[in-house]
Write a protein that binds this ligand. Sequence first.
Ligand SMILES: Nc1nc2c(c(=O)[nH]1)N[C@H]1C(S)=C(S)[C@@H](COP(=O)(O)O)O[C@H]1N2
Ligand SMILES: [Mo]
Length: 437
Amino acid sequence: MSKKQEQGIHELYSKDPIAADRIVWGRESDPLTRRGFLKKSGLVAMTTALGMTIPFSRFMPAGLIPAAFAAESSPLQIPGKDGLIVLNDRPINAETPAHLLDDDVTPNNRMFVRNNGIAPEDIDPDTWQLVIGGESAERSVTFTIAELRERFESVTLQLQLECGGNGRSEFVPGASGNQWTTGAIGCPTFTGVRLRDVLNYCGVLADAEYIGYYGADTHLSGDPDRDPISRGVPIEKALERESLIAWAMNDEDLPLQNGYPLRLVCAGWPASVSGKWLNRIDIRNQVHDGEKMSPPSYSVPAAPVAPGTRVPNEDMRVIESMPVKSLITFPESGITQDIRERMTVRGHAWAGDSQVAGVFISIDFGATWLPSALAGAANRLAWQNWDTWVQFPEPGYYEVWARAMDVGGRSQPMVVPGWNPRGYLNNACHRVGVQVV
Ligand SMILES: Nc1nc2c(c(=O)[nH]1)N[C@H]1C(S)=C(S)[C@@H](COP(=O)(O)O)O[C@H]1N2
Ligand SMILES: [Mo]
């Protein structure tokens, strides 16, 4: 597996952001408040690098890489995908730049890809089989896709899938794995049958505790006896009315890299529970013990730990619902804005199994916040759209920050939250850089 390295300014910041601040900008900071004190020389350096002044520089936190520097492009492209940034090509992992996630419903060519193994080839949807079994299934049944369609009610729902490692690149010290920035999230519509209808048809025994999925992708090692990934959810989550066995995304066949011809969708949880190239589901009488199901995979420390701590597996818990988060999809980071005009700001927000109550916007590095107009979700477990506008007081470099709060009053943190060894669950505020002229 090729391990992609962060370079230049990001590498420097990932090691020690406060020291990097000093080296790059000559910025000293107060270790307690993390407020940066840009010395005149540092402010001059940052201003020169940005090519503009920073009107709210007095509010700029220490260790903050201006969002304007974060843009990167990717020469490699995946068939059927458009504009995604490829983080790894074996297995294929690609994320979507925030401004390409502007659609209310994520189009197929903008849906991120996270593969743990190698996608199957020569797929024939007419002969594809899904086996339902396991020790807590009353009977084992094999279905073709046509049989699923005939026997059960078809439903279409808009459902958000976010990789548990989305945002990993910001953790310090860094965690190995795909260095996702913000783009391992999407919210297309899925069409299929309810998982619960299929499970109930086969009979769910009283001792059922979990379901575990298996897919037709193969392990990177080439060993046919090893699964790349085989995860699942507790039976209660599996039986929710939004948990689907889906064959279509946005009314088209699932894209190959998103699990064609059949996948599981259990939204609101790390997307790793939504098995692709689905060919078997076991109803288990215990917590599923498939590949990457147990700590440290998709797990975080049960209690907070200091950055860099080694955490034994028994002190970890498997991630369930994802935390509240938002994305600014317009404007694109780095745009130039006319001082005389209002700037539209919009995006999406989501909150795992919960709902978003509000999204707030700041243009002064979090000193003040204004609410945006937030729409309801198309259905449970779909992201919510929000929009607003801002007007800037004077020319210069600004950052627009977005912060969502869920109905339980839990808010996104402004800085990277609870460090964990594998770099999961970074739901820090999204920031975009704007040059006002
Ligand atoms: N069979 C199979 N299912 C899988 C995976 C995989 O590698 N193989 N990756 C999982 C992970 S870690 C994520 S984040 C989501 C990604 O879904 P996507 O590629 O459709 O965006 O699929 C999940 N389901
Ligand atoms: Mo993932």
